[in-house]
Design a protein around this ligand. Structure first.
Ligand SMILES: Cc1cc2nc3c(=O)[nH]c(=O)nc-3n(C[C@H](O)[C@H](O)[C@H](O)COP(=O)(O)OP(=O)(O)OC[C@H]3O[C@@H](n4cnc5c(N)ncnc54)[C@H](O)[C@@H]3O)c2cc1C
Length: 65
């Protein structure tokens, strides 16, 4: 749950950061582009968000189709 919440929060906030910084956020001169890339891959690696939701649902005893 912590991984799912943390990674999705990081992705959402870095997406907002990109929007706030505009073109500068995309530039390699600023760390924003790194946060944007890092936050996206964290929702895929070490158990994607979809897989995390499946595991959590099973642990809660919910039926997973
Ligand atoms: C930078 C990086 C580092 C990594 N490090 C490691 C590591 O140290 N150790 C390790 O073991 N692996 C590592 N991986 C592999 C990582 O765990 C896999 O990329 C991840 O499990 C997704 O598998 P996949 O890339 O084959 O995508 P796929 O399995 O093809 O999935 C593609 C998409 O389909 C979704 N999907 C797949 N199956 C289901 C399902 N049953 N239900 C719902 N949605 C589904 C996924 O959520 C994903 O969004 C790393 C990957 C990256 C990119």
């Amino acid at each position: 749950m912590a991984k799912l919440f943390g990674s999705e929060t990081y992705a959402r906030l870095s997406n907002q950061g990109m929007q706030i910084m505009g073109g500068y956020g995309y530039s390699l001169e600023y760390d924003m582009q790194r946060h944007f890339r890092d936050s996206r891959i964290i929702t895929v690696s070490a158990g994607s968000s979809q897989m995390q939701r499946t595991v959590i649902s099973r642990a809660m005893g919910l039926k997973v189709v």
